[in-house]
Design a protein. Sequence first.
Length: 106
Amino acid sequence: MKGFVGKWRIVDMEEWDQDFIDADVKGFITFSKRGTGEFQFGYVHGYMDYRPSELRKADTIEFSWEGNDEADPAFGRGYATLHNDGLEGRIYFHEGEDSGFKAIRM
């Protein structure tokens, strides 16, 4: 999990363009040493609880999250994999959309 710790800049998402990703703040995802984290893209903000994946590759974590989408409560799940010098993953909204993302270390 040490390889994930730190702040990452979201540079690409399947469902939204960079203007939306950076609409409120520059899109980011962070992972702490304690197994928690945070992300924001567009007007979506979430707090995560993450763990090493038991079903995927060793360099993958899975997380649950809760937060908001604009003013509405939102929650879901996701995963992230270390890939070359970056991060690739997917964020799922409970009973809603999902999008792949790519991020680079800040």
